[in-house]
Write a protein that binds this ligand. Structure first.
Ligand code: ADP
Ligand code: MG
Length: 260
């Protein structure tokens, strides 16, 4: 069973002449630990899809199976628990709580669930995010890249099944953006997190294991990064050997003719 399976998912807005099919009969599966990038032009339905998977928006029809359970059918209260315990969402504009410190913003999902934060994991995560010196800072005392790193910490701290990132580098300079993608990649490898990253930047999408391309609410391509096997050298047959000899000989003669 796949960790995530989206089946014939549809999301429409409006009615009649103004009907928009934001997500138009989309189906795909994601395995545990995969790092998937979703690319596509603005308005192609990427955010709408992500929001439905994250349980922050409702599907018009279709299924979203997480570990085999259809969250599209969940009632509001069950969906709220799903959001809190199973997903971590990272947005383009950080969405941090301005009056909470770096550490408090990161532990917020666990605090809200009235659980005791795992202090050891917190310290390790903050170290990984390069925020150790900033633990007591407030969001407005941080750069954009640092704020986004806090948002990543917030998304990861609960060990969610799925991490969803919607253009997390869209508001950052190239260097900070690359750092953010590097951290997501590290979370994917170190904590085996399943990540779905939306971007319209191909150089960022290429860091993922798989790239799904959206166009007008539909998937138009779905490509896994191909890990090529080292090529075996072609067998050298007597015919090939004779041919090599012939070429070498003619080259020698050619060189000889230059020297004279
Ligand atoms: P993307 O994230 O790829 O830029 P979106 O998922 O935001 O695309 O939007 C897909 C389509 O759905 C667009 O045509 C957009 O205008 C439309 N749309 C998104 N949200 C709403 C909404 N709340 N009401 C009406 N139309 C919407
Ligand atoms: Mg979007």
């Amino acid at each position: 069973m796949s960790m995530l399976e989206v089946k014939n998912l549809v999301k429409t807005y409006g009615k009649g002449d103004s009907l928009v099919k934001a997500v138009d009969d989309v189906s795909f599966k994601v395995e545990e630990g995969e790092f998937v990038a979703i690319i596509g032009a603005s308005g192609s339905g990427k955010s709408t899809l992500l929001h439905m998977i994250g349980g922050v928006d409702r599907a018009t029809s279709g299924e979203i199976l997480v570990d085999g359970e259809n969250i599209a059918k969940y009632r509001a209260d069950k969906l709220a628990v799903f959001r809190r315990e199973k997903v971590g969402i990272i947005y383009q504009f950080y969405n941090l709580i301005p009056v909470l410190t770096v550490a408090e913003n990161i532990t917020l999902p666990v605090d809200l669930a009235h659980k005791k934060p795992d202090e050891k994991y917190l310290a390790e995560l903050i170290e990984t995010l390069g925020l150790t010196e900033r633990i007591k800072y407030l969001p407005n005392q941080l750069s954009g890249g640092q704020q986004q790193r806090v948002a990543i910490g917030h998304a990861l701290f609960n060990h969610p099944k799925i991490v969803l990132a919607d253009e997390p580098t869209g508001n950052l300079d190239k260097k900070s953006g690359d750092e953010i993608v590097h951290l997501l990649k590290e979370a994917n490898q170190k904590y085996h997190q399943t990540i779905i990253l939306v971007t319209h930047d191909m150089s960022i999408a290429e860091k993922a294991d798989r790239i799904i391309t959206f166009e007008d609410g539909k998937i138009v391509s779905d490509q896994k990064k191909y890990h090529e096997e080292p090529k075996q050298a072609d067998e050298i047959t007597p015919e090939v050997e004779a041919e090599i000899e012939r070429i070498e000989k003619s080259e020698e003669e050619h060189e000889g003719s230059h020297e004279s």
